[in-house]
Design a protein around this ligand. Structure first.
Ligand code: AMP
Ligand code: GLY
Length: 425
């Protein structure tokens, strides 16, 4: 089979490595991929946002199956265009991808169908938002309606800060068109859990749970990033909580999307907070998380491509989705200065030997004169699986210590909170 994976990050690298395990796969194209992915797939310099270019390429190269991984092309309708051109795809169509594309849509959906989430109000005028903030208790959560590279959420500690966030988004052009409308939300507390789930619109099969570490620096300090590391499974997500989430959140979401005429087929990402009033949805994403995919997919024992094809065909119920029962940890190596300004172009030194059960998934890396050099903020993820969380965490740190590039930094406490939770149980 000829497979095309759209996207350029560590998530796409993890998807490609897993798909390559299927014996029927002859060729994998990555659009555009990156210098590290080039070892596992043929990288084609067509941007993930160039839907016309992607579709024309898939048709010309007679691609048998396409996976659209990033949010932007999904929300912009890449799957609709590929499908119209006769290319079978994994990923939601535009009507369903709105669950991530518009936070206002997602909040209104949850309210209408009784899915637990933070209380909220939505605004398209600054004056109305200001008046609301005058009567709200801090901290106040302000969210841009549209896509903002995972950075569109501001947790304001005072009313003034909340008002500034609203003004910056609605009038100051912060996040462009995505900030023209905002959601103001009740502040929730509790451990966060990411649950990715396969769904064909009839059946939903959750994957092993995970925990992201979104802040740039140790101790959850510094700016929000796309994610600095992950562990799986998440020890806070007990079987009892999982059963409750399936009943109160996962199944109702699939049904709600069907009832709205927006059947979701693909990977639905539930960002959950386990509050003392039960699990609540913080956000939906219409795709695999990054770097959640880098810890979830190495634990998947079933065939990823077969599952993706089953999601496309509507036969997920009969298809096995089985996880190993082991643990995984991913530590992201980033360029100093990320998520703000950083330098690029430094050569990446890799180990000659990698221990079994470890993987390096590349993101901001490109080939230059045959050498792998840094080209982005998040450069790569060092991943290890293990029989215990402790073994996975120490494996990932053991691996990252064998990798180097100028201005490299990473968090030293990925999995720290989870390890404490395991020990106090
Ligand atoms: P999001 O991009 O929606 O995942 O939000 C980014 C991060 O902001 C989340 O992972 C949470 O840590 C935090 N956050 C979002 N919404 C809330 C909320 N209502 N209460 C507390 N923290 C929140
Ligand atoms: N790691 C969070 C996300 O992919 O949105």
């Amino acid at each position: 089979m000829r497979i095309m994976v759209v996207g350029a990050g560590g998530r796409e690298h993890a998807i490609i490595r897993k798909i390559a395990q299927n014996k029927k796969v002859g060729k994998i194209f990555a659009l555009p991929g990156n210098g590290g992915i080039a070892a596992d797939a043929e990288c084609v310099p067509i941007d993930a946002a160039d839907i016309g270019g992607i579709t024309a390429f898939a048709v010309k190269e007679r691609v048998d199956f396409a996976v659209v991984a990033p949010d932007d092309p999904l929300v912009a309708g890449a799957v609709d265009e590929l499908s119209a051109a006769g290319i079978p795809c994994f990923g939601p169509d535009k009507k369903a991808a709105i669950i991530e594309g518009s936070k206002i849509f997602a909040k209104d959906l949850m309210k209408k169908y009784g899915i637990p989430t933070a209380g909220y109000a939505t605004f398209d005028s600054v004056d109305a938002a200001d008046a609301y903030i005058d009567n709200a208790d801090a901290p106040i959560v302000v969210k841009a309606d549209g896509l903002a590279l995972g950075k569109g959420v501001i947790i304001a500690q005072t009313r003034e800060e909340a008002k500034k966030a609203v003004h910056d988004m609605m009038e100051g052009g912060l996040f462009g068109g995505s900030g023209k409308r905002v959601v103001i939300e009740e502040y929730l507390e509790g451990p966060e859990v990411s649950v990715l789930a396969f769904t064909d619109g009839k059946t939903i099969k959750p994957m092993v749970s995970s925990m992201d570490h979104k802040r740039a620096l140790d101790g959850d300090r510094g700016l929000n990033t796309g994610g600095m590391g992950t562990i799986a499974p998440n020890p806070y997500y007990t079987e009892e909580i999982a059963a409750r989430c399936t009943e109160e959140i996962f199944v109702p979401t699939v049904r709600a999307m069907n009832a709205e005429g927006r059947t979701f087929r693909g990977c639905l990402y539930f960002g959950l907070m386990l509050t003392d009033r039960g699990p609540k949805v913080i956000e939906y994403n219409c795709r695999f998380g990054d770097p959640e995919a880098q810890v979830v997919l190495p634990l998947l024992e079933s065939d990823l491509l077969e599952i993706m094809i089953a999601v496309h065909n509507g036969t997920l119920e009969q298809t096995e989705v089985k996880f190993s029962g082991g643990h995984a940890c991913c530590v992201i190596a980033a360029s100093k200065g990320y998520p703000e300004k950083y330098e690029k172009g430094f050569e990446i030194t890799l180990p000659d030997y990698r221990a079994p059960g470890t993987e390096i998934y590349f993101a901001g890396a490109k080939l230059s004169d045959g050498k792998l050099v840094t080209s982005g903020g998040r450069v790569l993820g060092a991943v290890s699986t293990g029989g215990t969380l402790e073994a996975a965490v120490s494996g990932a740190y053991g691996l990252i210590k064998t990798i180097s590039f100028e201005n490299m930094f990473y968090r030293n406490d990925i999995g720290g909170r989870a390890l404490k939770a395991v020990k106090t149980r």
